[in-house]
Design a protein around this ligand. Structure first.
Ligand SMILES: Nc1nc2c(ncn2[C@@H]2O[C@H](COP(=O)(O)OP(=O)(O)O)[C@@H](O)[C@H]2O)c(=O)[nH]1
Ligand SMILES: [Mg+2]
Length: 224
């Protein structure tokens, strides 16, 4: 399906990514995995899969996604995690909603009716609630789960957003800039599963501070 490319950022995911790719086999999505050239274990773990591997030039989660989006040639991209927590069966529901509502970006949410998470902790739940509330108050964002970043977006529109967060600030930069540009944002319920194996890369305190800094910067920046 050339309409959609899955962009999978991966860092030290040799234990999870092969299972994720196995589960994706029954779908016809184009898949780009973006990782560091030095991440040999992850590279080796997926050498028998039909995916395109992109080596990121910079470092970090946001950097991987920005380079993935810039590389993407299909009409839509979907940010899809390498840890098994996203359910690929949900993608077709998201696409249907994008089509029927003519949305430019669809943000999945674990905090709507018929949604949930087996991977959330109390700290990430509270942090996410606070950041989503800040998004609502200061940017009029109607997103209940701003940090989840299970997103489908219009590739060309995303490319015009001048995304620049190389770290987890990307999670707020994408919806805030899309909203500022008056693109059409939509949401859809999602159920997050447990990470299959390996370690979570997000550090609640360090990344929470980076995300807050990004929000403040975006609030005071006039251009985009
Ligand atoms: N390429 C790349 N991928 C990353 C980086 N940090 C995290 N990821 C990937 O981004 C996804 C989300 O990270 P994860 O640890 O699951 O964070 P969570 O969102 O808190 O569950 C996973 O697929 C990670 O492998 C990074 O620095 N570079
Ligand atoms: Mg995860």
């Amino acid at each position: 399906m050339d309409k959609l490319t899955l962009i999978i950022p991966a860092k030290e995911e040799a234990e999870s990514l092969p299972s994720v790719l196995n589960e994706l086999k029954k779908f016809d999505y184009k898949i780009n995995v973006i990782l560091q050239k030095s991440d040999q274990a992850t590279i080796d773990s997926i050498k028998n899969y039909n995916v395109e591997i992109l080596f990121q030039n910079g470092l970090g989660y946001g950097n991987a996604l920005i380079e993935g989006i810039n590389f993407c040639k299909s009409k839509y991209f979907c940010i899809f995690n390498a840890d098994g927590s996203f359910n690929p069966n949900e993608i077709s529901e998201f696409m249907k909603k994008i089509d029927s509502n003519k949305a430019d970006f669809l943000f999945a949410s674990r905090y709507e009716k018929n949604a949930g998470s087996d991977d959330d902790t109390v700290i990430t739940l509270i942090g996410n609630f606070i950041f989503s509330l800040i998004g609502k108050i200061f940017f009029k964002l109607k997103i209940s789960d701003i940090l989840y970043t299970f997103v489908i977006g219009d590739t060309e529109k995303a490319k015009t957003l001048n995304l620049s967060s190389n770290d987890f600030g990307f999670c707020v930069e994408l919806p805030i800039k899309a909203q500022k540009r008056k693109f059409k944002l939509d949401t859809h319920p999602s159920y997050e599963r447990k990470r299959i194996a390996g370690k979570k890369k997000v550090n609640a305190l360090k990344d929470g501070i980076l995300i807050l800094k990004k929000i403040v910067e975006l609030f005071f920046s006039k251009n985009n």
